[in-house]
Design a protein around this ligand. Structure first.
Ligand SMILES: C[S@@+](CC[C@H](N)C(=O)[O-])C[C@H]1O[C@@H](n2cnc3c(N)ncnc32)[C@H](O)[C@@H]1O
Length: 233
């Protein structure tokens, strides 16, 4: 959508966080923006969440390989005066920087409608508080090396719980657990892996880091690892 500011046309796009998968976690603000949009762009799995609410919108489905082209097309329409909503998984401020930056590079003004993050669902499933928890993501453009170092640091420190987003498909729970033991993190530390939170086939596994390292079955690409703070002695 465009509007005039000081005589110049300004292109505006709304980005909505759609929640962790169950559309019951889409906010009323997000739903309203989607219902009113002329175009809604997002990855196919994200569009599946909002499809029932996109009553009049043209849906622009993106994949990793064509996201630049799809965004160029959708933003082109916004520059012609159409209202565009770009949808992101979960919340916008949790490990979603890459998509936000891609949109910001193309338009003058971005309105953000926050969503419920999978991290919040993991916190509520484990009954832990954000203030007692360190959050680390391995989805990083600059590589996961420094994030893994941080992970080892906070696990050794033991002062807080740690929530980790693994990276499909090269840095997944069993391999991460194996690496942690090699780095000297105690293997008996408790942890949980949540898979597909809020989806109908949601699952969780709890055990020790050593037990996780021995798992040979595959984890979902929607997995979150929660490492418990050790009980104080
Ligand atoms: C690029 S990050 C985006 C996170 C998203 N912005 C959020 O707030 O949930 C994608 C990662 O989030 C985690 N994730 C997202 N949804 C999930 C779900 N429903 N269950 C478990 N993990 C999930 C997985 O670790 C996945 O690889």
């Amino acid at each position: 959508m465009t509007s005039a500011k000081d005589g110049a046309q300004v292109t505006r796009v709304t980005i909505v966080g759609v929640g962790p998968g169950d559309s019951g976690f889409l906010t009323l603000k997000g739903k309203q923006a989607i219902e009113e949009a002329d175009l809604v762009a997002g990855f196919e799995t994200v569009l599946n969440v909002i499809r029932p609410f996109a009553k009049k919108a043209e849906l622009c489905s993106m994949a990793y390989r064509n996201q630049e082209e799809v965004l160029d097309y959708a933003v082109g329409k916004a520059k012609e005066g159409k209202s565009l909503v770009v949808c992101a998984w979960g919340d916008l401020n949790v490990s979603a920087k890459e998509l936000l930056d891609r949109v910001r590079r193309r338009v003058d003004h971005v309105e953000l409608v926050p969503g419920i993050s999978s991290v919040q669902i993991a916190l509520s499933r484990s009954g832990i508080s954000l203030e007692d928890t360190v959050f680390i993501t391995l989805h990083r453009r600059d590589g996961a090396g420094s994030a893994l170092e941080e992970l080892v640091h906070y696990l050794m420190d033991g002062g807080r719980n740690v929530i980790l987003l693994p990276r499909p498909y090269d840095l997944m729970p069993a391999g991460i657990a194996e690496g942690l033991i090699k780095e000297g993190v105690p293997g008996d530390r408790g942890m949980t892996v949540y898979q597909r939170l809020t989806h109908d086939d949601e699952q969780s596994w709890s055990g020790s880091i050593s037990e996780c390292a021995a798992i040979t079955t595959e984890f979902s690409d929607l997995s979150i690892m929660v490492f418990d703070r050790p009980a104080s002695t």
